[in-house]
Design a protein around this ligand. Structure first.
Ligand code: GDP
Ligand code: FO1
Length: 298
């Protein structure tokens, strides 16, 4: 199974999928349009959360960073007057250094990800959507800015006028991802932000066309009762002209055969209703099991 992922909703589902499926049957493709270089190292929030989740290291209260990490480097840097847009944990920063040193020696992001997964004992195939730089850029009342500046520095409070993916035309999709897409594996679009997490993956050259050719593309809605569980999906969907409903999610994604929606959903298209809220590991495992059964029957 190929799973398209952002950094919160889909990782919650991966907690279950890694229990239910053989890791070698799973390819997780992570969005990299949230990535940014901080103090000399590449931070890849969604890719990191996917890897930490599969390694059993993720901080499950925040869905970013490593559980029980310390923040001494960040605090000391702050005291020196060096501000960083994200508050980085010490172990998290060690991962960014590990990755960026490999990249400085010539490795691409995919190769660096493979090395990191090997070091952390992650057996699921984890791939960044591309090795090329892509950035979600948010146009607001204060001008255009990257996602972290919009979401963390400005606390997601500015009104959103437009969203574009800088670098997407030049970026080439990861070859492992393309190979997997050309095979028989079903595709699961996880419950992630349809605009800034799944949007960049689908916008890569050739991906949407290949998805349209597949007969088993299933998407789990990130909405519960017409609201996102967390994050800026509602503002971003409105900025792209879609209603904040499961129909809006399905229309925006555009290549889905079957939607998995919450029990109260008013979605009228082809769908299966499940309890899609994941508050704990048991919820994630239950939902993952139901989805895997659904896919093996379809
Ligand atoms: P980001 O990269 O941190 O923005 O994370 P994602 O894009 O992976 O996830 C954000 C989306 O996950 C939001 O739109 C949420 O509504 C959705 N989400 C978070 N938790 C859950 C959950 O328990 N169930 C469902 N269905 N969606 C969730
Ligand atoms: N989100 C915050 O709201 N505040 C932070 O200080 C923060 C730090 C951070 C560090 C590493 C990382 O991988 C993610 C981090 N995030 C933080 C989450 C991140 O800003 C976003 O939620 C995602 O990029 C949206 O997909």
């Amino acid at each position: 199974m190929i799973v398209l992922s952002g950094g919160t909703g889909t990782p919650k589902l991966l907690v279950g999928l890694k229990e239910v499926l053989d890791p070698l049957d799973l390819t997780a493709v992570a969005n990299t349009a949230d990535d940014l270089w901080i103090s000399g190292n590449l931070v890849s929030p969604d890719l990191d959360t996917v890897i930490y989740t599969l390694a059993g290291l993720v901080d499950r209260s925040r869905w970013w960073g490593i559980e029980n990490d310390s923040f001494r480097t960040s605090e000391f840097l702050k005291s020196l007057g060096h501000e960083e847009v994200l508050t980085l944990g010490d172990m998290d920063r060690a991962v960014h250094i590990f990755r960026s040193d490999l990249m400085r020696s010539g490795a691409g992001l995919s190769k660096a990800t493979e090395e990191l997964c090997r070091s952390l004992g992650v057996r699921v195939r984890v791939v960044p959507m591309t090795d090329d730089p892509v950035s979600s850029m948010i146009s607001t009342s204060l001008g255009e800015m990257d996602l972290q500046t919009y979401w963390v520095k400005n606390k997601g409070r500015l009104s959103v006028e437009a969203i574009r993916f800088q670098g997407i035309e030049e970026a080439r999709p990861n070859s492992v991802f393309l190979d997997a897409l050309s095979g028989d594996d079903p595709v699961l679009i996880g419950p992630s932000n349809p605009v800034t997490s799944i949007g960049p993956i689908l916008a890569l050259e050739g991906v949407r066309e290949m998805m349209n050719k597949k007969d088993r593309v299933i998407a789990v809605s990130p909405l519960v009762g017409d609201r996102p569980v967390s994050g800026p999906a509602a503002e971003f969907m409105r900025a792209w002209g879609y209603p904040v409903t499961d129909q809006g999610v399905a229309d925006l994604l555009g290549c889905v055969d079957l939607m998995v929606v919450g029990p109260e959903s008013r979605y009228k298209g082809s769908c299966v209703r499940m309890n899609t809220t994941m508050n704990c590991e048991e919820d994630s495992v239950r939902l993952a099991r139901e989805i895997v059964e659904l896919i093996s029957c379809s």
